[in-house]
Design a protein around this ligand. Sequence first.
Ligand SMILES: C[S@@+](CC[C@H](N)C(=O)[O-])C[C@H]1O[C@@H](n2cnc3c(N)ncnc32)[C@H](O)[C@@H]1O
Length: 315
Amino acid sequence: MTKRSDSPKMNSTWVDEDTANYLRLRVKTFYNADYFERVVLPLLNIPQHGQVLDVGCGYGGLSTILAELRPDLQITGLDIEAAALESAANGARQNGLTNLTFEQGDAHRLKYEDCRFAAVLCQTVLTHVQDAGSVVREMARVLKSNGVFMAAEYTSIGPVSTYNSVEDEKRDDAWYEKIFRLSRLLIKGKRALGRGDDRLGVRVPLLAAAAGLDVFDVRLNDRVLHVIPPYVHPKQADYLELLRAYYAPDPDCKGLTQNIELMRAAGGTEEDAEWFYNSGDTAAVRQAITDGNLTEISAYMLYLTFAREPDQDIR
Ligand SMILES: C[S@@+](CC[C@H](N)C(=O)[O-])C[C@H]1O[C@@H](n2cnc3c(N)ncnc32)[C@H](O)[C@@H]1O
């Protein structure tokens, strides 16, 4: 998938309606329904009635999964964007979740006292902040002794993680060489503008260790997204909805404007940005979705880093 970059043009990008809708749909496709219950919750092992902080909670995707599975926990979602928090709070109300509260704040300077939370989590946030190391240190600071840290963050690997029946056959070696070169420029541009690092996921265990945490496991999320005609299986429905949003027409060319800015910041050209933006055959893919004959299989891999705040006595 190459049409849109995942990176924010500026903070207000997160409250743009299309982006908000796309993020809400995408969060629903990170995990299979049983993965959190069977794998993540036992690893977190949060004590009964523990206080949990979800840093960069956005529209409340991660907080909501946890709040539904563990109604005993007191979960605080923190985000820099007031509009996202309002939407998250509305969602919680609609779902009847009373163990969730949302607060505004900057992850680089958490407004909580030391050693407050039994668990501190984040999901697709460290790739978007200016200084991921300082955010991880802040997350460690507000963790109790033996408290648990989890970060679910991606490392961008671009089109190698996707098979698309309309586009794959048209792509030759030259296309792949160009897409990798330009993807790299976009990542460099995002870093140069202080908007985060799309290759950060794989380095989060190192940041956690550097913050004094004891990294006890690193996993991947488990969902392989797939739509295979005739789309009769219920699991394919949410991916199809996500694809419709992803391949929707972009009349204002918001994605292109963003790509031009990032590309220029990394020394690339406007032509590079345009080529990248037009590198997917979006009209043909849209038609295949409408005709019901698109096959797409894709992994949006998140590295899940699990770490613990060491017991103060043995530190
Ligand atoms: C890709 S979204 C992820 C949202 C949510 N964690 C999820 O998985 O659905 C990234 C979020 O990080 C938030 N964010 C970015 N920089 C931040 C900062 N410095 N402090 C707090 N939140 C921040 C954005 O406002 C946005 O809601």
